[in-house]
Design a protein around this ligand. Sequence first.
Ligand SMILES: [Mg+2]
Length: 261
Amino acid sequence: MVSRANKLALWRLAVVLLAHFVALDGGVAVAAAKPCRSPSSASVDDAGCLSWRVMVEANNARGWRTVPAPCVGYVTSYMTLGQYKRDLNSVMDQIAAYVDIIDADADGLDAWVLDIDDTCLSNLLYYESKQFGAYDPSAFKMWASKGACPGIRPVLELYDTLQYKGFKVFLLSGRDQETLATCTSQNLESEGFSGYERLIMRSPEYRGQSSSMFKSAMRKRLVEEDGYRIRGNVGDQWSDLQGDFVGDRVFKIPNPMYYVP
Ligand SMILES: [Mg+2]
């Protein structure tokens, strides 16, 4: 005879086992019923803007003049809600790992080249106010003239590390030297970028040249005339990082806001 207490225990065991199998079955069922997002459903959500940004960062999309209208909201979110900072920090981690394993020679000729706009100094406030529209040289010049671009903190940390390790840091910018040299150097100074080896800006003879050509010419001068070895090169545009004498390693900082040839 099965006692009343044993019957109760058996019922409890049965209920527990049943619940366990239902949970297992349910888990499998849920997993099976929840397919991976198809590319088509993802593109409906972000209007293809994630793909567009990846194309931009990989330098597959070239010559674009403005963020595509359906992607303005996406780019705003990307730049302001955390993903840009996470991506930037990931790049900076890669740079830090490289800097860790190289040393500056005592001859003082090991150099790094850093771009300025959206590498050392941020123009996000300006481009956001313009809804990431087409490049407007006079409006940008007014913005830059204020000398109020915020410094990009993780790049400043790299900058300090490079100087601490004895590398010569050259800041290379396509900004117009005649009109923006003073406000740019003041802006850099106020944001902590001081003690660099040289600030190189676009002199009148290079006006109208692509950034890639201008920067190649400046790096060529550093290497061939001054004898520097460019150990690293950091910029937010591929035109900072391609051409001649680009350096031993190049690092691309994210920027889906605009394209500079
Ligand atoms: Mg730049």
